[in-house]
Design a protein around this ligand. Structure first.
Ligand SMILES: [Zn+2]
Length: 84
């Protein structure tokens, strides 16, 4: 699949910068997105769900205890313009 098509579909690729605008306002901001790899998501994945969830890590937090959000729905994030 071409990079252009990826962007047209709005797919999030691992390592992409995304903006979180979901249900936790205090966590709204920019994160690095990876596919969520917790038990629940891996199981859902193996059942063929199309509802992909993401693990978000705050790239601007300290290395000690970075803020992470797991099992984030696709509709709660938008690819950041910073990728362009
Ligand atoms: Zn998960």
């Amino acid at each position: 699949m071409s990079d252009t098509l990826f962007r047209t579909l709005g797919l999030i690729e691992p390592g992409d910068l995304v903006v979180y605008h979901g249900s936790i306002p205090s966590h709204h901001g920019i994160y690095i997105a990876e596919p969520c790899s917790c038990i629940d998501c891996v199981q859902a994945d193996s059942l063929g769900t199309t509802d992909v969830r993401y693990l978000l890590t705050d790239p601007f937090d300290g290395e000690q205890d970075p803020t992470t959000l797991r099992c984030v729905r696709r509709r709660s994030i938008t690819r950041s313009d910073a990728n362009a």
